[in-house]
Design a protein around this ligand. Structure first.
Ligand SMILES: NC(=O)c1ccc[n+]([C@@H]2O[C@H](COP(=O)([O-])OP(=O)(O)OC[C@H]3O[C@@H](n4cnc5c(N)ncnc54)[C@H](OP(=O)(O)O)[C@@H]3O)[C@@H](O)[C@H]2O)c1
Length: 273
């Protein structure tokens, strides 16, 4: 038994478990002895992950293949696992919607906001009562470094992550006396399909990509110890320094930097085609 299973019990639920940060958090929780509910749309990948997890750890897994943005999906997820004593939830599924705000299709923005805001809110709300009843439980919400400021070309995405940051910081205090540890993890650039598919030349940004393994470890180490954690020392500095300067300044800086990185990506693409 690990100290985390001692504290939160035997079962954890992770959404976005088929890829990136969610997948890595699931793997690390399994190595700490948690049985896992693995949630995402791609069942085949979840099956492979469950198989891999069971080869390496003596734990149980339950797969729920679900498009969480469909109406009623979160309630159906809750009902399908209601017999399990889940003590730790990690709603990690999320998408971006890169592009200038007015040039984005509104339906793309809406589905991003649904998955990034409403789904984790509903998951936290619906599982929250059981977590309070258990008296010792944990919730890890996934924000972003972009949640700490406005980011041109990611306006609605950054706003969705600011919402998660505020929600989690508040619940950390509101639920503390009921035995629920709430942590907001804010990753910076992380090497996952999420960032790999963006039309940005990241070498033009003053950032370095972290491995999802490192980001996942940062979250699990911080759970129960603090309300928020930014992964990576440079990202910590970005998030911290914003408190001491006018809010508009880092927005203007990132407007310049991201536009430059988008242009660099476009011209690289032109050269290779
Ligand atoms: N990577 C970064 O640089 C970075 C930085 C800061 C914050 N983040 C945040 O970290 C979280 C995880 O990102 P990641 O980098 O791990 O992304 P990722 O590798 O693209 O994984 C996203 C996960 O979300 C699941 N998902 C997407 N739409 C879904 C839906 N409608 N229903 C259910 N599951 C769905 C995907 O599974 P299926 O496709 O199988 O459904 C996948 O497992 C996100 O909230 C993201 O905003 C990422």
């Amino acid at each position: 038994m690990s100290s985390l299973t001692n504290k939160y019990g035997q079962w954890a639920l992770v959404t976005g478990a088929s890829s990136g940060i969610g997948k890595e958090i699931a793997r690390q929780l399994a190595s700490k002895g948690f049985n896992l509910v693995l949630v995402a749309r791609r069942k085949k990948i979840l099956d492979e992950l469950a198989c891999d997890i069971k080869i390496n750890n003596r734990v149980e897994t339950l797969i729920v293949a679900s498009d969480l943005s469909r109406p009623g999906a979160v309630k159906a997820l809750y009902d399908s696992v209601s017999k399990l004593d889940i003590g730790l939830i990690v709603p990690a599924a999320g998408v971006d919607a890169m592009g200038r705000f007015l040039e984005k299709d509104y339906t793309d923005l809406e589905s991003m906001l649904l998955l990034n805001i409403l789904v984790p809110t509903e998951i936290t709300h619906i599982f929250g009562q059981n977590m309070v009843n258990r008296k010792r439980s944990g919730i890890i919400l996934i924000s972003s470094l972009f949640g700490y400021q406005g980011i041109p070309n990611f306006a609605a995405y950054a706003a969705s992550k600011a919402y998660i940051l505020t929600l989690g910081e508040t619940l950390n205090v509101e639920l503390a006396h009921q035995g629920v540890d709430v942590l907001v993890l804010s990753p910076g650039l992380t090497d996952t399909p999420f960032s790999q598919k963006m039309d940005i030349d990241f070498s033009k940004l003053p950032m370095y990509a972290q491995r999802p393994e490192t980001v996942a470890r940062t979250a699990l180490n911080a759970l129960g110890k603090k309300p928020t954690v930014v992964s990576g020392w440079l990202n910590k500095i970005y998030a911290w320094e914003n408190r001491f300067i006018p809010r508009a300044w880092p927005v203007m800086l990132f407007c310049f930097l991201i536009n430059r990185a988008i242009k660099a990506h476009a011209s690289k693409k032109q050269v290779t085609t």
